[in-house]
Design a protein around this ligand. Structure first.
Ligand code: B3K
Ligand code: ZN
Length: 863
């Protein structure tokens, strides 16, 4: 990168905007390569100053600028436009041309297949017109769209349609008005030809809302679940939070080219089609679950994000942490609460703890940002949600709801900060949350150490909790935090549960207990921390088999399994500990009664979770140890796997709780079964008789992870059947990408040339290259460095096409401090190649430079 290095923005430098823009009229004349955008703003100076008006703008062709009807000459730079000596109040008219067809970054206005669509969050609006592209500038929008009627029968934008008309040249136009003030990141435009699913929802106060779901032609049969999910979410938000929808129409458009899951634009959500389309033959239970959750997430943003928005992007967790927490609550109500929680904790342990351990570590409210898109992170989203969950635990359901009510009442229509949110919680509950606020500014994964002592005479159980947060790449000094520690004491007569409020670096708690209990810590994962508690395997076994809290039971089971895998790293010939055998037989005995929990308890911890448990790992030995434990379990319980897979539901597929649980249990049993020599006929039959994608994929995954001989023929058959179906083929690409096989790199290279693959489509890239980098441990971490080199070469190409997707894909190359020194060196070499690559996006530059900086400073510290 020869140009000036990108600079970081600091939260501490926040200043309120010099100007406000309360009203904006946008006129789009759509054209593939030369769309004409006319933006007419009402601009008003804020405060007394003589600063120029600075507008953001990128990749725009400036046509003209007028102030109050007078043309002004203005010179645009790569970053925007500076207008000197402007009046205190004026009308600004700017005309630009943009090129949607060649906008492969999928940010701003671009084409997804034959449709036009937009993505403006975080800073994409500046690729549409010159504007003050920051969330604290809020305007009322009117949007006029003109395009060819036949190709683009639907012309959509935010709010209500207030006019439309025909033009003589085969074109037509539509005028939209959004009555709510909004920041420009919530602006949206879609134009295209779709199939439309229509429905309606009557709000608690009796208003009728039209619901419109737009999908690609031919996909109407796959839209029903998304629509049903939307109606559930609307009802849930009224019942749980008293929040009603506020416009007369709610539209969702599904597109195939999209950088992330979906976007909550006011009244016009744009979705990745992966999170909309489902039918039993093509979508798994997990897809059904995710659709319901993402539809709800975007809907919930209407209040937490849109009506109350962020003052600046450092406050992103204000809307994302809170909305993730709300969608988690919704999912817990819709599905299996314990299983839903287990999945969330797996994300925290596999990905968020890894982010904390790497160069991109940041607090949930980052203090410094180079490229905002890099901060749509597991920390801001998922740890952000954990922080909200702790507030909920500390305040209780009623107190939390009071806080939410006050937050909304106080800040409706405003752009606010995370502090404003905590203040509302504090004021509504009359408690002091000063200490709690540290979660917003302190990064890293806290460790909580547990020590216990039982006093027989006094029948008192004492436990001491000590917390400390190790220094992280971004922050040396850490302070104690306020966290709820939920515990369970299990004794012969049953169990008691408590929530301890930990605020000091060391604190002692005493509880009355008749007889020495077994303690289980962090029920429901009550705080996003790592627990250090040396418990023997008998105690863990007791919690796993007899605990009350399903999360704690699963967690104890996972600890037992993890320990036996780590033990087998040090002693390759070690046999399975008695406790693990007892855990499996105890769990298998009751599996039919509690299939969902049993399935999770019997599933081996992922490689990524195991890797996060140790400061240093050896990839090959850990992989081998995990495999050896899996083999031993497969053999020890061979009979049970075979009989349990017959528990599958006998009625035809429905996304329905009992069915989902049984399918999941069957899928886990299949992963063990596939390791057995006589499994072929069962797998083959299972594949042939499956009437749904969940079962089909379970067989393919089992064959893949066992490197079963059936894998290739079944994959060929699958391709024959689904070769033309883009979403289903993503599953096929992902199975290839994550297959740990000596030829995986060669097959990957071949597949990038597949007719259904395209580097321009983020879903394809994530499916194939993403699953290699994230989940193909053996291939990605190949000892000769070929995996790292392949990903780096690919990133160089991808960065020029779509920096946001490239920047997500580099994640597995960033956290290497726990790897052996040879692999660390190999990764550092590749990162250095990337840093010298020109041009390099700001997105990748931020991550690569931080990773290399950390590598050199650690090196220096060690030498
Ligand atoms: N708010 C969007 C994410 C935008 C990402 C920009 N790089 C989706 C969501 O969290 O609901
Ligand atoms: Zn969100």
């Amino acid at each position: 990168m020869s140009a000036a290095r990108p600079q970081a923005m600091k939260l501490a430098d926040y200043r309120q905007p010099d100007f406000l823009i309360p009203a904006l009229f946008l006129d789009f004349e759509l054209h593939d390569t030369q769309t004409r955008v006319t933006a007419v703003s009402k601009v008003r100076r804020q405060g007394t100053h003589s600063h120029p008006l600075i507008l953001d703008g990128e990749k725009l062709q400036l046509v003209s600028v007028e102030i109050n009807g007078e043309t002004v000459s203005a010179q645009a730079t790569e970053k925007g436009l500076c207008l000197e000596n402007v009046p205190d109040e004026f009308e600004l008219r700017i005309v630009t041309h943009i090129d949607p067809l060649n906008n492969t970054s999928l940010e701003g206005l671009y084409k997804s297949g034959s449709a036009f669509c937009t993505q403006c969050e975080a800073e994409g609006f500046r690729k549409i017109t010159y504007f003050m592209d920051r969330p604290d500038v809020m305007a009322k929008y009117q949007v006029k769209i003109t395009a060819d009627r036949q190709t683009y029968p639907y012309l959509l934008s935010n709010g209500n349609k207030i006019g439309q008309g025909e033009l003589p040249d085969g074109k037509h136009w539509v005028l939209w008005e959004d009555p709510f003030f909004k920041p420009c990141y919530l602006f949206a435009l879609v134009a295209g030809d779709f199939d439309l699913l229509e429905d309606s929802f009557t709000t608690a106060s009796g208003r009728q809302v039209a619901l419109e779901l737009f999908v690609d032609k031919g996909n109407l049969g796959r839209a029903g679940h998304a629509m049903a999910s939307l109606k559930k979410a609307m009802l849930w938000d009224e019942q749980r939070y008293g929040l009603e929808y506020d416009l007369d129409i709610y539209m969702i458009v599904a597109v195939d080219f999209f950088n992330m899951g979906a976007m909550e634009n006011k009244g016009l959500n744009v979705f990745n089609s992966k999170f909309v389309l489902a039918d039993p033959a093509s979508a798994t239970d997990e897809d059904y679950f995710n659709i319901e959750s993402v539809i709800a997430h975007e809907y919930f943003h209407n209040w937490t994000g849109n009506r109350v928005t962020c003052r600046d992007w450092f406050q992103l967790s204000l809307k994302e942490g809170l909305t993730v927490f709300r969608d988690q609550q919704f999912s817990a109500d819709m599905a299996d609460p314990a299983i839903v929680r287990i999945k969330q904790v797996q994300v925290m342990r596999e990905h968020q703890f890894a982010e904390d351990a790497g160069p991109m570590v940041h607090p949930i409210r980052p203090a410094e940002v180079m490229e905002m898109n890099n901060f749509y992170s597991v920390t801001v989203y998922d740890k952000g949600a954990e922080v909200i969950r702790m507030l909920h635990t500390l305040l209780g359901e009623t107190g939390f709801r009071q806080g939410m009510d006050l937050y909304i009442a106080r800040h409706d229509g405003q752009a606010v900060t995370c502090d404003d949110f905590v203040q509302a919680m504090q004021d509504a509950n009359g408690i002091d949350l000063t200490l709690f606020r540290r979660w917003y500014s302190q990064s890293g994964t806290p460790r909580v150490e547990v020590e216990t002592l039982y006093d027989d005479k006094r029948q008192q159980f004492a436990l001491t909790l000590r917390q400390h947060t190790p220094a992280t790449a971004d922050q040396q000094d850490k302070l104690p935090l306020h966290m709820p520690v939920a515990i369970e004491l299990i004794d012969e007569t049953g169990s008691q549960q408590h929530i301890l409020s930990l605020t000091e670096s060391s604190q002692r708690f005493e509880l009355a207990c008749k007889g020495e209990p077994t303690l289980a810590v962090l029920a429901g994962f009550s705080a996003p921390v790592k627990v250090d508690f040396a418990q023997d395997s008998q105690e863990l076994l007791k919690t796993a088999l007899y605990g009350q809290d399903d999360f704690l039971r699963w967690d104890a089971a996972q600890q037992l399994l993890s320990e036996s895998i780590h033990a087998s790293v040090t002693d390759a010939n070690s046999s399975l500990p008695e406790a693990v055998l007892a855990l499996f037989s105890g769990t298998l005995d009751v599996a039919a009664e509690k299939p969902a929990l049993a399935a999770e308890m019997l599933a081996l911890p992922s490689f990524e979770t195991l890797a996060q448990q140790k400061p240093h790992i050896h990839v090959d030995s850990l992989l081998a140890a995990r495999h050896s434990v899996k083999m031993q379990l497969a053999e020890a319980f061979a009979g049970q796997w075979k009989s349990l897979i017959k528990v599958a539901p006998d009625q035809s597929y429905a996304y329905q709780r009992e069915q989902v649980q049984l399918r999941r249990l069957k899928a886990v049993c299949l992963t063990y079964l596939a390791e057995l020599p006589d499994s072929e006929a069962i797998l083959q039959q299972g594949y042939q008789h499956s009437d749904n994608m969940s079962d089909t994929l379970a067989i393919l995954r089992a064959c893949q992870s066992a490197n079963h001989r059936l894998f290739e023929p079944l994959m060929q058959d699958f391709e024959q059947r689904w070769g033309q179906d883009s979403l289903v083929m993503d599953k096929w690409f992902a199975l290839h990408g994550s297959r740990q096989h000596p030829n995986s790199l060669a097959s990957l290279q071949l597949l990038t040339g597949h007719a259904m693959y395209s580097i321009n489509n983020p879903n394809k890239v994530r499916a194939l290259i993403g699953s290699f980098a994230f989940y193909n441990t053996a291939g990605f971490h190949a000892a000769d460095g070929s995996g790292y080199r392949f990903v780096t070469d690919y990133l160089m190409k991808l960065d020029a096409v779509n920096p946001q997707v490239a920047s997500r894909l580099i994640t597995p190359m960033l956290g290497f401090s726990h790897l052996d020194s040879t692999r660390q060196d190999l990764i550092v070499q590749q990162l250095a190649r990337l840093l010298n690559h020109e041009p390099l996006s700001r997105d990748l530059y931020e991550k690569v430079s931080k990773a290399l900086h950390l590598a050199t400073s650690t090196d220096k510290a060690l030498n």
